[in-house]
Design a protein around this ligand. Sequence first.
Ligand code: ADP
Ligand code: MG
Length: 151
Amino acid sequence: MVKLKTSSPHQTEEVAESLAQFCQPGDVVLLVGPLGAGKTCFVRGLARGLDCSEKVASPTFVIVREYRGRLTLYHVDLYRIEGKDWYEEGAEDYLSAQGVTAVEWGEKIEHYLQNDYLKVKLDWGKKEDQRLLSLIGQGNWKKRLKEWKKS
Ligand code: ADP
Ligand code: MG
């Protein structure tokens, strides 16, 4: 696990952008944290790191948005849906696709996942624009996180 603190939305995006360099086809990134913690902000950084040119908006009223880049980014927001409902209705298409699937409220589907994924927990820091990020690698993401830390 890697813990770090950011002091602005820009910094959170930068962390995500640099992590995107370690993403591979088929990756799943779970974003966990309260409303306003910076999950969408993080996805915006991932999009930039994956060379997606389209602007990332919160997909709250649709469940999935798709952004074309070096790898396709599937931006999923499970705020308004049960994990089970999404999982039984098409999640597999995204989770097994050759892109990167980033899931806000990812804890709702974590127990369905088996192998390799990256979990990003976001929480409030002491100051207004501070956020505490915990990066938790599962499976081959453990090694990738170590490499990322060195880079
Ligand atoms: P979520 O998707 O988790 O609900 P958003 O990314 O939509 O959260 O919103 C995060 C809000 O917090 C934005 O208004 C952003 O400007 C603000 N913010 C302030 N500091 C930070 C930070 N360090 N990292 C990310 N967002 C931050
Ligand atoms: Mg959001």
